[in-house]
Design a protein around this ligand. Structure first.
Ligand SMILES: [Zn+2]
Length: 304
């Protein structure tokens, strides 16, 4: 999702699409005409660049790799690469992935998304390749969450409500508020938690206004719960690999900037981010300082 002009084909221009975000950031904050930087002691909101200095439309694999490594993957590849992380992107994800960096600091990291068995079957049969978030998890040696975790409320499906898990495996759906409570519970147990949703991208490619608005309303309710019930020491960071759903007049991704929203005690640290590559380095820097001071305090408390 990007920040684009308030045209009729932009669902963010309709005040009923994201009532919570509008209340948080001001009416139409997610449309270019009114998007302004907001910086407080607990909130940073700004539009950041997703084109990364490379011509052509931004794509998922290079955008996500850039978000999750802090390295400009589009410049590394010399182009925007779509969908899957095969080939040379692994050369960035494996050494610089944010999960691995957190583990190397002695912290804990997790991917909160639920993965279906059919995903791994398709990969084993070479019918599909790993997406960036999957490779991020795999190369850090972290476990994937699956149906058992979903059933216990310890994994969230990318559609937030689990409609797809219900259709394919008969497990119960949950309301967005419940999914947000489950994600928060996961996040309180880890230094870094990733959740990915592909709802806006699918709706954008479908060019379906009603689907797009329903998807964004679902995300708005999910975010309302995450932000208003946020534990005091937790910082939530929302961003996107590229624009798409904010212009339903075209089938493709857009060149628009994407939102960076940080809410919580670490929010001011993200003020200087200007593009997708800026997020992971700051997360790691802030985690390094908090883990090191925690480590020093723990060490001091050990009797010698
Ligand atoms: Zn797409």
């Amino acid at each position: 999702m990007g920040i684009g002009p308030a045209i009729a084909a932009n669902p963010f221009a309709n005040p009923s699409t994201t009532p919570f975000i509008n209340a948080l950031l001001g009416a139409n904050a997610l449309t270019q005409a009114t998007a302004t930087e907001q910086l407080t002691s607990s909130l940073t909101f700004k539009a950041i660049d997703a084109t990364l200095g490379i011509s052509g439309r931004p794509q998922s694999a290079t955008g996500q790799t850039t978000l999750y490594t802090g390295k400009n993957a589009a410049a590394f590849r010399g182009k925007h690469q779509s969908a899957f992380a095969g080939g040379s992107l692994r050369r960035l994800i494996e050494p610089y992935g944010m999960f691995r960096q957190v583990l190397e600091l002695g912290g804990s990291a997790t991917h909160a998304n639920c993965y279906l068995p059919s995903y791994f079957e398709a990969i084993a049969q070479r019918r599909r390749r790993y997406a960036v978030g999957s490779l991020l998890t795999l190369t850090a040696g972290l476990p994937f969450r699956g149906l058992a975790e979903y059933d216990r409320g310890e994994a969230v499906y990318w559609d937030i409500t689990g409609d797809i898990v219900h259709r394919t495996h008969g497990l119960p759906v949950r309301r967005p508020i419940r999914a947000a409570q489950e994600l928060t519970a996961i996040a309180t147990q880890h230094h870094l938690t990733l959740f990915e949703s592909f709802l806006p991208d699918f709706a954008g490619h479908a060019q379906d206004y009603d689907q797009a608005q329903a998807a964004l309303q679902r995300i708005d309710t999910f975010l309302e719960q995450l932000i208003t019930q946020r534990p005091a020491n937790l910082t939530l960071i929302l961003s996107s690999d590229h624009g798409n759903v904010e212009d339903l007049s075209i089938k493709n991704h857009t060149l628009n900037p994407v939102p960076l929203l940080a809410v919580g005690p670490e929010a001011p640290a993200f003020e200087a981010v200007t593009d997708l590559s800026g997020i992971t380095p700051i997360m790691i820097k802030r985690l390094r300082s908090s883990l090191c001071s925690y480590g020093a305090a723990t060490e001091k408390s050990i009797p010698r």
